[in-house]
Design a protein around this ligand. Structure first.
Ligand SMILES: [Zn+2]
Length: 242
């Protein structure tokens, strides 16, 4: 029933803008961050994912990102990623804004993609600016050094203590303001400034739909909340919009 209602909202307010978080990728075997079994339950983000930790002890931080790279290399997009790419092809989805750095939306075929927390696709040298693709970085583990100048590379993801990429967040805010319907998938909407995007939509007369396991601070202001699996729900949505 609730997916029927979601499909109805999408028909009324197309094209929709989608905001995704870690919950869309757990079906692909990528652990989330904030749940009891998530990454931050095992790794203290201040020690493994903070820019100061990287400056202080890049080897330790790379031990963490090296493991994440290995998981990403073996992961495949799931029904949720594929359904969103299909819905974009068919004109239902204008863009996907994602907090994920796992490249699975891109690999599923999403084209209008805004990666507000960066991506594991590349690593960069903070000294000379060299950009090295993921498959080369994997060869340089455990501590990847810049092929040009020898300095330590940094994954092109936003670490704690760093600002979000300005152009990406500006694009995300613009999309959120213009959205007739913002569909949040698999994000607990706890991390700002991304958690502020629903406010941009609501303030400009748009509606909010949420598909997430567990509650969010915006549930009361959403037109529909589905407490369910991302892949199953998005697949069902794509079928209803055929
Ligand atoms: Zn360099």
């Amino acid at each position: 029933m609730s997916v029927d209602r979601l499909a109805e909202l999408v028909r009324e307010h197309r094209p929709l803008v989608v905001l995704t978080g870690a919950g869309i990728s757990t079906d692909s075997g990528i652990p989330d961050f904030r749940s009891a079994t998530g990454i931050w339950a095992k790794y203290d983000p201040m020690e493994y994912a903070h820019i100061d930790a990287f400056r202080r002890d890049p080897e330790k931080v790379w031990e963490f990102y090296g493991r994440r790279l290995a998981v990403l290399r073996d992961a495949e997009p799931n029904d949720g990623h594929r359904a969103l790419a299909e819905l974009e092809d068919r004109g239902w989805v204008r863009a996907v804004i994602t907090q994920n750095v796992d490249r699975l939306h891109e690999r599923a075929g999403s084209r209008a993609l805004v990666e507000v927390h960066g991506s594991m696709r590349t690593s960069s040298c903070l000294h000379c600016g060299a950009v090295v693709p993921m498959h080369e970085v994997v060869q340089l583990l455990p501590l990847p050094h810049c092929p040009s100048c020898g300095d330590v590379l940094k994954p092109d993801v936003v670490m704690f203590g760093e600002l979000l990429p300005a152009a990406q967040i500006a694009r995300a805010e613009h999309l959120a303001r213009e959205a007739g319907l913002l569909l949040v998938v698999g994000s607990s909407l706890e991390v700002y400034p991304v958690a502020g995007l629903p406010l941009e939509t609501l303030a400009n007369g748009g509606m909010l739909a949420i598909v997430n396991r567990g509650g969010t601070q915006f549930d009361a202001r959403a037109s529909i909340v589905i407490d369910g699996a991302a892949g199953e729900t998005l697949r069902a949505l794509a079928q209803r919009l055929e």
